[in-house]
Design a protein around this ligand. Structure first.
Ligand code: IMP
Ligand code: MG
Length: 176
């Protein structure tokens, strides 16, 4: 049987500091406007909860849930929305919040879909960016941390639905 072992990569205090910085950046960029934050379920819910509480501007929130056919840890290229927004976004300032961008397939597809609904503006904030693994060109507007090709869990991120509750971001290793 394969079990996993975790090792802290970003401790909670480091995450908290960086999330406050990001919230400050977003607050400055959107001064005087009211944004709609679109969280991508499930992974983004912890990051999003911290991020919005650091904002100094009004925001509303909504969520989408996406499924990509495949084994769950690798994007297959076919992305569909399994839970759509409940808010019309035409004319709104929309900020997508996602846990991690890896191949870029999920977010580039979501951006394409939401752009078609004609928001006033559309930007993306990701907590983690695995830029070295990109398969399609995609650059987020706000990035918490850039990481190498490692698998991470905690702070909302899972492996087979486990570890989302961990307060730190941890590396996941297989042990036999
Ligand atoms: P992609 O950018 O379309 O390849 O997929 C990004 C999605 O893959 C994220 O929303 C996560 O659900 C998942 N993912 C990618 N890397 C990791 C990781 O290291 N830990 C947990 N989930 C990951
Ligand atoms: Mg995800």
């Amino acid at each position: 049987m394969v079990e996993e072992q975790t090792e802290v990569l970003f401790p909670k205090a480091v995450i908290d500091r960086r999330v406050r910085e990001l919230a400050g950046e977003i607050t400055r960029d959107y001064a005087g406007r009211e944004i709609l934050i679109v969280g991508v379920l499930k992974g983004a819910f912890v990051f999003m909860a911290d991020l919005i509480r650091g904002l100094g501007i009004p925001c509303s929130v909504d969520f989408v849930r996406l499924a990509s056919y495949g084994d769950g840890s690798v994007s297959s290229g076919h992305v569909r929305i399994t839970k759509d927004l409940e808010t019309p976004i035409e004319g709104r300032d929309v900020l997508i919040v996602e846990d991690i961008v890896d191949t870029g397939i999920t977010l580039s597809r979501l951006v394409e879909v939401l752009r078609g609904r004609r928001p006033a503006s559309l930007r993306v904030c990701v907590f983690l960016d695995k830029w070295a693994r990109r398969q399609v060109p995609f650059a987020a507007d706000y990035v918490g941390f850039t990481i190498s090709d490692v698998f991470v869990v905690g702070y909302g991120l899972d492996f087979n639905e486990k570890y989302r509750f961990l307060p730190d971001v941890c590396l996941l290793r297989d042990i036999a």
